[in-house]
Write a protein that binds this ligand. Structure first.
Ligand SMILES: CC(C)(COP(=O)(O)OP(=O)(O)OC[C@H]1O[C@@H](n2cnc3c(N)ncnc32)[C@H](O)[C@@H]1OP(=O)(O)O)[C@@H](O)C(=O)NCCC(=O)NCCS
Length: 157
């Protein structure tokens, strides 16, 4: 298993993961410009193994905040650490990409998404807010935060 920046050639794989992983999948019009590097704040990263792309993450970095917009892993390799590796690379990318790195990462998760809530809890995200009936089907959104603080002389998170 390895991770790398996504390219336009990953479009079909990312579209397939969107369909598999999310009830509100993003479409080509949204994803293609991101893969092409046309969205200045947005980075797409993918994981892959011998059988192809296994997961992806989308992070948007603006000011003090790294916004984790998407993280999806195909069923075949879940619970093998793929999302953890993608999250680690997204955090590294956020910290390295900016002259003034973001100090926190935020993510918005459906309150009924037990898998994601368990994953983010395991990765030290904490709930900071809740938006009732945020989604079109009436589900609540949970806002989670993780500090990216550098500590020990680095910029504080
Ligand atoms: C959430 C998701 C990304 C996790 O991906 P993953 O590759 O299976 O996660 P990892 O293997 O890196 O899990 C790391 C740890 O998180 C926790 N975890 C992950 N999935 C879990 C689950 N379904 N139930 C309980 N704990 C879970 C565990 O502590 C796990 O460590 P362990 O397997 O050693 O116990 C995946 O389930 C997914 O793609 N879901 C659909 C899309 C989605 O909801 N994305 C998040 C919202 S953007």
């Amino acid at each position: 298993m390895s991770q790398r920046p996504a390219t336009p050639a990953d479009l079909d794989a990312v579209l397939a993961l969107e369909q598999e992983c999310f009830p509100d999948p993003w479409g080509e019009q949204l994803i293609a410009p991101g893969l092409a590097g046309e969205l200045p704040t947005v980075t797409y990263l993918v994981s892959e193994d011998a059988d192809g792309v296994t997961g992806y993450v989308v992070v948007s970095i603006a000011g003090d905040i790294a916004d984790l917009q998407r993280l999806g892993v195909t069923q075949r390799v879940r619970r093998t650490g793929v999302a953890g590796k993608l999250l680690d690379l997204a955090i590294t990318t956020a910290i390295m990409a900016e002259r003034r790195p973001p100090d926190r990462m935020l993510i918005e998760v459906r309150a009924d998404n037990a898998d994601a809530l368990a994953f983010y809890a395991a990765k030290d995200f904490v709930e900071i807010d809740r938006r009732p009936r945020y989604y079109s089907d009436g589900s609540d959104a949970v806002i989670l935060r993780r500090s990216l603080g550098l500590g020990c002389g680095g910029r504080r998170g």
